[in-house]
Design a binder for this molecule. Structure first.
Ligand code: SF4
Ligand code: SF4
Length: 98
């Protein structure tokens, strides 16, 4: 089985800002979606390993402004509500400001 790691976010002049979801570990439980105070997460069906799988993703709208969307959660500490909600440790934040 191939692990698929999806990155949502961007690098800009001030640093790198990504919500990272391991689609192999994600079981589509939706707990992170429920806990996100900004409603930035959603469940999405993706074609992975030759089958459809429902996994968490960052909604299109928030991908382009994730630095602002997520800032109140202090994602650099990796204790954001989405990260804490996920029992399978499928979601994490890569947050490095320069
Ligand atoms: S809480 Fe974890 S396992 Fe559940 S949908 Fe979110 S990322 Fe996937
Ligand atoms: S860091 Fe906060 S705002 Fe960003 S996806 Fe996670 S819970 Fe939602």
């Amino acid at each position: 089985m191939k692990n698929m790691i999806t990155h949502y976010g961007y690098t800009d002049g001030s640093g790198e800002y990504y919500i990272v979801i391991d689609t192999d570990r994600c079981n589509g439980c939706g707990k992170c979606v429920k806990e996100c105070p900004q409603s930035a997460l959603q469940l999405e069906t993706m074609f992975i390993d030759l089958e459809d799988k429902t996994v968490a993703s960052v909604s299109e709208e928030h991908r382009k402004k994730i630095k602002y969307t997520c800032s109140s959660c202090k994602p650099e500490r990796n204790s954001a509500p989405c990260v804490l909600a996920c029992e399978g440790k499928a979601i994490r934040c890569v947050w490095n400001s320069r």
